[in-house]
Write a protein that binds this ligand. Structure first.
Ligand code: CU
Length: 89
């Protein structure tokens, strides 16, 4: 886990995260503490499956103060390092 968050958001700020999958495998990216939507539309989620070669662009309102993980929900991928975190202050 990195020592520093990938982003720090003010409470109430809208956060957009772009997640390109440049690997050879799909990844089920999961965010703690918040629900998000694909910016293209669709339901509220806490996990989004990103196929190889695809890019997900998600948005949410950072309304839950704390330190929150973003990681692949395929736990062998997380164990291999596919995890990071963000902060809401
Ligand atoms: Cu993965």
């Amino acid at each position: 886990m990195p020592a520093e968050p990938i982003l720090t958001a003010q409470r109430g700020e809208t956060v957009v995260i772009t997640m390109p999958n440049e690997t050879a495998w799909p990844h089920a990216m999961h965010i703690h503490g918040h629900h998000f939507r694909d910016v293209a539309g669709g339901p509220w989620r806490d996990t989004i499956l990103i196929d190889r070669g695809d890019t997900a662009r998600i948005a949410f309102v950072a309304d839950n103060p704390g330190d929150w993980m973003i990681h692949c929900h395929m736990l062998e991928h997380q164990a291999a390092g596919m995890g990071t975190w963000f902060r809401v202050i």
